[in-house]
Design a protein around this ligand. Structure first.
Ligand code: SF4
Length: 196
C-alpha cells in the first residue's frame, strides 16, 4: 500500500534527530528558519530544470524514485549517467562533511535506483551550492546497512507514533524546531520529575 512507503526525506530527518523526525512526520509540525528557507529555494530552482546532456553525461532533474523492496519513495534532485553508470546527486545548501545524514539520503536514493533499474549503483554525490563542490558518496556495505537499519527505525516510528525524547546536541543550534522542542528545558523538567 502507498502509505507503507517511507519518504526518503524522513530518513534524513531521523538520522539528523529522531525527535525532529517525529515532530515533522508524526505530529505534522514544521517551522522554517534561514537554513530551511535557503534549502527550499535551492530545491525549487533545481526541480524546474528538466533534462540535458553535459559532455558525456546525461542528466535528468526532479525524478521520482520508488523501491518496492525497501518501501521507499522520494524525489531526487538529479540523476546522472556516465559511461553506463547511473548515480544520484543531491543538492545541499550547507558545507561539505557537515552532517552524515545527507550521505544516508543519497544511499536511499541509490537503493531505489537499483530497485527500479536492476542495475548496480556504486556511488552518488552531494553537491554543495555555496561552495560549488561535489562530494562523492561511496555506497559501502556499512552505509547500505545503516540506511536499511534507518528505514526500519523510521517505519517503526511512523507505525507506532511513539515520541523519541529530545536530546540536546550541536545540531539543535541550527534546528528550525528548537523553539517548539526546547531540548535543554525538557531535560530539566524530566530530571525534576524523576525526583518526585
Ligand atoms: S531542537 Fe534538537 S532535539 Fe529538538 S528537534 Fe531539533 S535537533 Fe532534535
Amino acid at each position: 500500500m502507498f502509505e507503507d512507503y517511507i519518504p526518503i526525506a524522513a530518513l534524513n530527518q531521523y538520522a539528523y534527530c529522531p525527535h525532529r523526525c517525529w515532530r515533522m512526520f508524526c505530529a505534522g509540525e514544521f517551522i522554517d528558519n534561514q537554513y530551511t528557507l535557503e534549502g527550499t529555494g535551492l530545491h525549487d530552482r533545481v526541480h524546474t530544470l528538466g533534462s540535458n546532456h553535459r559532455d558525456d553525461t546525461w542528466q535528468v532533474r526532479a525524478v521520482w524514485l520508488k523501491s518496492d523492496r525497501y518501501g521507499l519513495i522520494g524525489k531526487s534532485d538529479l540523476i546522472e549517467e556516465t559511461d553506463g553508470q547511473l548515480y544520484p546527486v543531491e543538492y545541499k545548501r550547507g558545507h561539505r562533511g557537515e552532517f552524515d545524514n545527507d550521505e544516508l539520503q543519497v544511499c536511499a536514493q541509490a537503493l531505489c535506483l537499483e530497485d527500479m533499474t536492476g542495475r548496480p549503483v556504486t556511488q552518488g554525490f552531494l553537491y554543495y551550492a555555496q561552495s560549488h563542490q561535489r562530494q562523492s558518496v561511496e555506497l559501502t556495505p556499512e552505509l547500505r546497512d545503516d540506511a536499511i537499519a534507518t528505514i526500519a527505525a523510521v517505519r517503526t516510528l511512523l507505525h507506532t507514533g511513539q515520541m523519541p525524547q529530545p536530546k540536546y546536541t550541536k545540531r539543535c543550534r541550527g534546528c528550525s524546531l528548537y523553539s517548539r522542542c526546547l531540548p535543554q528545558a525538557a531535560k530539566k523538567v524530566s530530571r525534576y520529575q524523576e525526583k518526585f
